[in-house]
Ligand binder design. Structure first.
Ligand code: FES
Length: 87
C-alpha cells in the first residue's frame, strides 16, 4: 500500500496511500498527490480532497473521513517514520 509525504520546509505530514472511500491509492501519476494549486491532497479516482495538515476529507464521497496519518519528522533534511508504519 505504501506511504506518501507532503513536506513544507521543516514540516511534514505522512499518510497511508489509501483513500478512505474504497481504499484505492490516491495518485494518478507517480508522486502527484496534490491538487493543481498544491493546497490539498486529492484522490485521482473520484476527486475527494483532503487537508494536508490532518488528512480530513473536505469534499467528495468520503467527506468527514480521514486519511490514516503516520507520525513523522524531518531529521537532517530527511523524512523519518517508524519502521512499522504503513505495512
Ligand atoms: S477512491 Fe478516492 S474518493 Fe473514491
Amino acid at each position: 500500500m505504501g506511504l506518501f509525504a507532503v513536506r513544507r520546509g521543516e514540516q511534514v505530514w505522512v499518510y497511508v496511500n489509501s483513500c478512505p472511500h474504497v481504499g484505492l491509492p490516491l495518485e494518478l501519476q507517480p508522486h502527484r498527490f496534490l491538487d493543481h494549486k498544491g493546497e490539498r491532497i486529492i484522490c485521482a479516482a473520484h476527486g475527494a480532497k483532503f487537508l494536508v495538515e490532518d488528512g480530513l476529507c473536505v469534499g467528495g464521497p468520503c467527506m468527514g473521513d480521514s486519511l490514516e496519518a503516520v507520525a513523522a519528522r524531518v531529521e537532517g533534511g530527511n523524512i523519518v517514520v517508524d519502521a512499522e508504519a504503513g505495512v
